[in-house]
Design a protein. Structure first.
Lengths: 386, 379
């Protein structure tokens, strides 16, 4: 025979001070876990949403990032006329790009980080969905003008419309700000590819981007390019290229999240145990009475476990509420693959919240197991005499 | 103190509770100390940088290289004692997960420019004499088991080149996780754009006072060339790497604050339970003449002792663990992983404060009850 739930609820309310303290301890554990995971998730989501499903990115064989890759102009001509590349009005939907870094100071600091500068052609805008000018205008091809992502302009000094920044010996003027629905190139500055090539004295490109007709064409294209012994190039689907960059930065954060929240959970578990032992001790006589009334050992065990899991779940909900305001807060760190700034948002996603809820519940269950077993083992006579 | 015995009896009365509370304190303190150590180790890199050295790189960013020919002009700047190529090779040993720094340097100058790098004279000699030679830090030996004479291949994605080196010595000092080799040996194998180029120069000044002036003069020499430089003290250079981490620091502080707060809740809750259960006893004590102050002091003493024991185990445990396991082996750029004295002291002060704050309200409330109220308590 199970004890009515009302019994548990009453008990939780009667001891509201201690219930709240325990719940908050678990809540803080859950909140810290969620916040660190939300950071890692933000990086993952930014990078995984960045690749267009049908885009193919071509780098030099052996390169891990665009920054240390190079392709010749002949390479690019070969690539753009390959079978399987989409054509628009007889123009292949393909572009070469040049990527370089400039060092900029963060706002309010003297030190900063590397920001990616990408030299792009007209097709670059068509190959990437989500690009939107939100202030100012596009750069004029051939001029030393630049458009800057809004997030980078917000985080670094001297990158607002009208500001000038220097690459090598050339000054570029910022003429517009853009936005791109949270993709990785939202951490970049875009300039005209020809002007960047002459500014940096580069004869070669960093990468090439091609749009494949369909999934089969994509597979065929990547194989065709990578296997060509004359080219010495490596083609990957753009999606896989960005997903591969996730590992380092978000992996370290996930490790940190597990380490911190595990230790905090142990601490919270001990605290929960204390509370439950005290509750059991205080209610010894009550437990005796319940047993006399005919409630079995199992009902007592279940009642105490449920009560503590309920407290833990309240805690987890508090934790989620504490972490939730961080959702979509913008931040940034260095992408450890490219050594450049990557701007992203904290993302407290539904699956993370459900996981956090389960995590809280488990802390409650583990913490109350021993006290509940103790409660169920009381002998009726002893319990009543306590 | 004549009440010490009473306090200890009280602590031992509910052994399980005391043990659980102390355990909770211990793990939380361990965590706080670990996180604080991550923060202090971030700083250690820049704190241990030499006040005599400068780093010069391309003005735009580390993504650009500068000609090695810059070295001659740099040497002519008054106050400069030595200039050495210090070029990031980015070589990968077998697998990308085996990350360690490797630099192309001038073997004959390394000892002068980085005097912190210590090795026997014989080892220095055999490194300098072997163009294909390389030296590795003590911790790299611990991680990968390198031995002198061993051939080690590094594949650099930056230069798309695999180069084989022969280990000629194991050094101690600095991070002990770096491999140094001859710049001139690798230079021949680099692609055209990277030939006779370096990513950074390490510059040794005569005196620390020379450093700011040297930095300005070098940068002005190259300001209008195709490879302008940015020259800064080694400390500033290290700091610029730290700011690349962005908001990580503030984030860690936030987490530490959350842990402290939860510690306060745990201790506060335990002490509240303890005090409440003894309400009747407080009545008895009052009835036999104990003053309110004494009763409060008894509770405060109990809480402080529990917190003190927790602090001793937590702090001692952290010191022991980090002394036996060197986490810096596994964290890139970390020279060591040792809690500073300041961190440990702060952890101790924190536990004392937690012990004090968590009991004060309950103790005050129960000791202000009248004898009758306290004795009538049903707890």
């Amino acid at each position: 025979m199970a004890l009515p739930l009302k019994y548990n609820i009453r008990n939780i309310i009667v001891r509201k001070g201690s219930t709240l303290a325990t719940a908050f301890t678990i809540g803080l554990t859950v909140a810290v876990f969620l916040m660190v995971m939300a950071l890692a998730r933000g990086i993952d989501l930014t990078l995984s949403s960045s690749g267009e499903p049908l885009n193919v990115i071509v780098l030099r064989e052996g390169s891990t990032a665009e920054l240390n890759s190079s392709l010749t102009r002949e390479n690019f001509k070969d690539l753009m006329f390959l079978d399987g590349v989409v054509r628009e009005n007889d123009q292949p939907l393909a572009t070469a790009e040049i990527v370089t870094l400039i060092y900029k100071a963060r706002k309010g600091m003297t030190q900063g980080s590397n920001v990616t500068v990408r030299g792009v052609g007209p097709m670059s805008f068509k190959l990437r969905s989500g690009y939107k000018t939100i202030a100012g205008r596009e750069f004029q091809p051939g001029l030393t003008e630049a458009v800057v992502s809004k997030r980078i302009a917000e985080r670094f000094q001297g990158l607002d419309i009208g500001d000038k920044f220097r690459i090598q010996t050339t000054d570029y003027t910022v003429v517009g700000l853009f936005d791109s629905a949270g993709k990785a190139f939202e951490s970049e500055i875009w300039v005209d590819i020809n002007s960047l090539a002459s500014t940096t004295n580069r004869q070669t490109y960093s990468s090439a981007l091609l749009r494949a007709k369909d999934q089969n064409a994509l597979t065929a294209l990547t194989k065709r390019i990578t296997d060509d012994p004359k080219l010495h190039l490596k083609a990957t689907s753009e999606r896989a290229f960005y997903e591969d960059q996730q590992g380092t930065a978000s992996g370290a954060l996930k490790g940190l999240a597990v380490f911190i929240s595990f230790i905090m959970a142990v601490g919270a578990g001990f605290a929960g145990m204390n509370t439950m032992y005290a509750a059991v001790a205080r209610r010894t006589k009550e437990i005796g009475t319940l047993r006399v009334l005919g409630f079995g050992r199992l009902s007592i065990l279940t009642a105490f476990l449920l009560e503590s899991i309920a407290i833990a779940l309240i805690g987890a909900v508090i934790g989620i509420l504490l972490a939730l305001p961080l959702n979509f807060v913008s931040t940034g760190t260095s992408n450890w693959v490219t050594f450049s700034e990557i701007a992203f948002n904290f993302r407290v996603t539904l699956d993370l919240m459900l996981f956090a809820l389960a995590f809280g519940g488990i802390i409650g269950f583990v913490g109350s197991l021993l006290p509940s077993i103790r409660a169920s083992r009381f002998k009726i006579v002893d319990a009543l005499r306590a | 103190m004549k009440f010490a015995k009473l306090i200890f009896k009280n602590i031992l009365r509910n052994k399980r509770r005391t043990v659980l509370t102390i355990s909770s304190l211990v793990v939380s303190l361990f965590l706080i100390i670990s996180l604080a150590t991550i923060l202090t180790e971030f700083d250690r890199g820049s704190d241990q940088s030499s006040p005599l050295r400068l780093v010069s790189r391309h003005a735009v960013s580390l993504g650009f290289v500068i000609p090695i020919a810059h070295m001659q002009k740099m040497k002519t700047v008054p106050g400069v004692k030595e200039v050495m190529p210090f070029s990031w090779f980015g070589g990968i040993y077998k697998d990308e997960r085996n990350f360690f720094a490797n630099f192309a340097v001038d073997a004959s100058k390394l000892r002068v420019v980085l005097p912190e790098v210590k090795m026997s004279d014989a080892d220095w000699q055999s490194f300098v004499n072997d163009r294909q030679g390389a030296i590795v830090g003590r911790k790299l030996v611990m991680l990968y088991g390198f031995t002198p004479g061993q051939r080690v291949s590094l594949k650099s994605p930056i230069y798309n080149q695999t180069v084989e080196f022969i280990i000629r010595g194991v050094y101690t000092g600095l991070d002990e996780k770096t491999l140094y080799f001859h710049h001139e040996y690798v230079n021949e194998m680099l692609p055209e754009w990277a030939k006779d180029q370096v990513s950074t120069f390490s510059i040794l000044a005569n005196t620390p006072e020379d450093v700011p002036r040297v930095s300005k003069e070098i940068d002005s020499i190259f300001a209008n060339t195709s490879a302008p430089t940015k020259t800064e003290s080694e400390k500033e250079f290290a700091l610029s790497f730290q700011t690349m981490m962005g908001g990580v620091k503030q984030f860690l502080y936030g987490i530490m604050a959350a842990i402290t707060f939860s510690l306060l809740l745990v201790m506060g809750n335990t002490m509240a339970m303890t005090v409440r259960e003894r309400t009747k006893e407080v009545g008895t004590l009052k009835a036999i003449g104990f003053q309110r102050g004494t009763i409060t002091a008894l509770f405060v003493g109990e809480s402080l002792i529990v917190a003190g024991i927790g602090a001793a185990i937590g702090i001692g445990g952290a010191v022991l663990i980090f002394r036996s396991v060197d986490l810096s082996l596994y964290i890139p750029n970390f020279i060591s992983f040792v809690p500073t004295g300041q961190t440990l002291l702060a952890a101790f002060v924190l536990s004392v404060l937690v012990g004090l704050i968590s009991v004060i309200y309950s103790a005050y409330r129960v000791s202000s009850l009248t004898i009758a109220e306290a004795l009538r308590s049903t707890e």
